[in-house]
Design a protein around this ligand. Sequence first.
Ligand SMILES: [Fe+2]
Ligand SMILES: [Fe+2]
Length: 394
Amino acid sequence: MRRVGVFLDDFDPFRFDHLNLAAAAKEAHGLEKLIFVPIPLPDKKEKSISHARIDQRYRMCMIGLMGQSGMEMIPYGLVYQAESALSLIRKIRRAYTDAKCFFILSAQTLLRLAAQPQFKGIRDSAFICFRTPDFKADGVLSSLVREGLDISEVRLQQELLSDRDCRRQFAALTDPAWMDRRVIAYIALEGAYLPDERKQLRKMLTTHRWEHSLGVQQTSIRLALTYGGNILKASQAGLYHDCAKCLTVKEMRHIAEVHHLTNSAEVLHSGALLHGPVGAVIAKERFSITDGEVLDAIRFHTTGRENMTLTDLIVFVADAIEPNRENYEGLERIRALARLSLKAAALCSLYTTKKFISSRGREYDEQGLKTIAWLEGELNEQEKEWMKDVVKPI
Ligand SMILES: [Fe+2]
Ligand SMILES: [Fe+2]
C-alpha cells in the first residue's frame, strides 16, 4: 500500500521549518509523497490583518514548494471554504482509499481535533505530530497514546519558531532568513501581515499616480529580489514614495515649514523637490511608517543622496523604470542598465534629469549634483564600461 503524508497546518506563514518537518517525516516513515493542506482559521482570525487569508496561505505554500520533489498541494477546491480540519481529513481519507495516510500536524492541533466528538470517525488514522514552542500539554498527548491512538513524533534539531514570532518579524519589516525569498516577495505584494492602508493612499492620489505607485512597488520588489535587498522595506517605500505628489505646492510648503524640512527657497517653491521630504513626513504621520530606511528612501527618491542605501537605490531606480512610465528619452537605456547595476542605472537616470532641466534653461538641484558626484566615484571599472556610451551632461 502506498504511504502518503498529509501535512495539515495554518502555514501562517509558510516557512523552511515546514519543509524540514515534512522532509523529516518523509524520511522517518518512508512516505512516497507529501500533500500540503492549509487548514481553515476561525472566522475572526481569517479576517484579521495579523493573519493571512486562506488563499494567501495556500499560495505561500505553493510558491514555497516550487522545485521540491514529492511534495504537492491539495487541490484548492477542497480547502476553499472547508468547514474544518476534521472535515478535510475525512475527505482526504475518502480520496486516498488505496493509500495509508499519515496526518502530520502540530501536537496542539491534534489535541484540539481529538477533543471534538467528530474525531471518533478518524481515530484509526496514523498521526505524526511535532511540538511548537508553546506546547505544554504533554500529559494529554501521552494519554491519547495510552488510549491506543497511532501517534509518532517528528522533531527538528533546532527549536521551531512560533507563528506569532514570525508574524512579528514581518511587522518589523525584517526580511526573514527562515523563509524562501519568493514567498517574502509574494507577502510584500499582497501586503499580508501589515496594516492595509492602500485605500487611504489611493484616495490621496490620481489614478495615474496610483498606477505609477503600484508599478514602483512591484519593480522595487523585483529589484530587491535581484540585488539581495530588503524586500519588505523596498515594497513599502515603493508603494508610498509619491504619497505627497498630488498635494499642491502650497500644501507641501506648509508641511515643510512646520517640520523645518529645508531653508532653501528653491526647494520650498518646487513640488518636484518637496514631495520626497514631505512624503516622508506624511508616510510617518498618516501611514504610521516608522522604519528609518523606508522613510529615507521616500525622502530622497527624487534627488538621491551621498551614501545611498540599497533600499534608496532600489526605489530610486524603480521610480525611473516602472512599466507604466510613459516613454522618455533615455528610458530604455536606464532599464537596460538596471539589469546590470543599480548605481549605473541611478547615475544614468540623474544625467537624464539634469539634461532635461538644463534644456529648459533651469538650474539643476544641488542635492542631485552631490549624488551624481558620489555615484561617479562609486562606479567600478565594469560599471564604467557599461556606461561608456552614456553622455555626461555639462
Ligand atoms: Fe516622486
Ligand atoms: Fe514616482
